[in-house]
Design a protein around this ligand. Structure first.
Ligand SMILES: *Cc1c(COP(=O)(O)O)cnc(C)c1O
Length: 393
């Protein structure tokens, strides 16, 4: 046995390299131990080739395993696999189940970098990619399928414009035709909507957003209840060599512990701010399915147990200069991509619509807001000042 390497004799270099090594775990802490290891020291020669043992750290050690187990609980999944970013999880899950000659139907409102992956990588490897409008019914969607259609990619609500899709109906019809479904469920954070319980085969999310919650770490997850798909995800991760650092996994796990509590506050503040915006004379519409009376509110209410606090506000027709004046006037809302952190963020949407096959027909320019954990009254005052600045240009 080579377990205890401390107390090594020999030259100083040898002694310094092995001093204190192999002392083992002594304390039981609330969080799992962070094991920073590529190499795992094996007990004896036979262990080096024992397939039942973990012999290398790439697939993760204690922290990553604890995070996967916690996410499996969140998603109601048999297995959850971790990826270095949300985008890597979307791309990786697609690569895990697709082959040349397959056809994929993708929601037109998909997160733009996910679309770029489809265009740049899937097409190059002989996978056909077609898009469908976000409010296509399950029947319309199935009518687009061909015998080559292997996968449907749902993102609901859609990025920037927040159209809801009837994911349960799509999953149901797709399954009856032997087509897999993958849903990017980042908005619901695995908490407000449970894709697997509604028949979706693979639930993906960018943990970077709400699960992390602090805008400081990248990670993604893919969850499934099906053993064959869990195996496909595991193989893809092994074959591509994707790995997640233990420190990042630890931070993600820490975020997960407060997820449910934070989401409640996000959702409550989001609704207060959205209601205030909705009645403002400068505003044409608020795109937020959790808002009573908003587009797709009934679908949201039917399937969702809660809401994220990311939505868009459509202003009445005005110039780009007025939108820039609005954004530049904001003091509490900061300008930045991403969302789901404790801090409020804003971003103008319109420059991103050109990637779409069916750009949205909105009354005026739109701005996406991520409502953070600040006092909602302060956020409203900030928005009010921003809107006042629009009038001055
Ligand atoms: C941010 C985001 C991603 C990508 O996550 P990263 O961790 O930034 O790669 C994927 N899907 C959606 C809906 C997102 O908002």
């Amino acid at each position: 046995m080579k377990d205890d390497l401390s107390g090594q004799k020999g030259g100083e270099a040898t002694r310094l390299i092995h001093a204190g090594q192999g002392r083992g775990r002594k304390y039981r802490t609330v969080g799992p131990p962070i094991e920073r290891g590529s190499t795992i020291l094996m007990a004896d020669a036979a262990s080096l080739y024992d397939d039942d043992l973990t012999t290398y750290g790439r697939a993760g050690l204690s922290v990553q395993a604890t995070l996967s187990a916690a996410l499996a609980e969140l998603e109601g999944a048999a297995k959850v696999r971790l990826f270095p970013s949300g985008l890597a999880a979307v791309a990786g899950a697609m690569l895990a189940v697709l082959k040349a000659g397959d056809d994929v139907l993708v929601c037109d409102t998909i997160y733009n970098p996910s679309r770029r992956f489809c265009e740049h990588v899937l097409k190059r490897f002989g996978v056909g990619v077609r898009y469908y409008p976000p409010r296509a019914s399950a029947e319309d969607l199935l009518a687009l399928a061909t015998p080559a259609t292997r996968l449907m990619v749902i993102e609901s609500p859609g990025s920037l414009t927040f159209e809801m899709q009837d994911a349960p109906a799509i999953a149901d019809l797709a399954r009856s035709r032997g087509i897999l479904t993958l849903m990017d469920n980042t908005w619901a954070a695995g908490l407000c909507f449970k894709p697997l319980a509604h028949g979706v085969d693979i639930s993906v999310q960018a943990l970077t957003k709400y699960v992390g919650g602090h805008s400081d770490v990248f990670m993604g997850s893919a969850a499934t209840a099906r053993p064959d798909l869990a195996e496909a995800l595991t193989s893809a991760i092994r074959d591509f060599g994707w790995s997640v650092a233990p420190d990042d996994a630890y931070q993600m796990l820490r975020g997960m512990r407060t997820l449910a509590t934070r989401m409640e506050r996000h959702a409550a503040s989001g609704l207060v701010v959205a209601k205030w915006l909705e009645q403002h004379a400068a505003v044409a519409k608020v795109l937020y399915p959790a808002l009573p009376g908003a587009d797709d509110h009934d679908l949201w209410k039917r399937d969702y147990a809660g809401a994220a606090a990311v939505f868009s506000v459509v202003f009445k027709p005005c110039s780009d200069t007025a939108i820039a004046a609005f954004l530049d006037e904001l003091r509490i809302f900061q300008l930045g991509y991403s969302w789901g952190g404790f801090e409020s963020l804003a971003l103008n949407c319109d420059p991103q619509f050109s990637a779409r096959q069916w750009p949205p027909k909105l009354a005026g320019p739109s701005v996406r807001l991520s409502i953070g954990l600040e006092d909602p009254a302060d956020l409203i005052a900030d928005l009010e000042a921003g809107i006042a600045a629009m009038a001055g240009v």
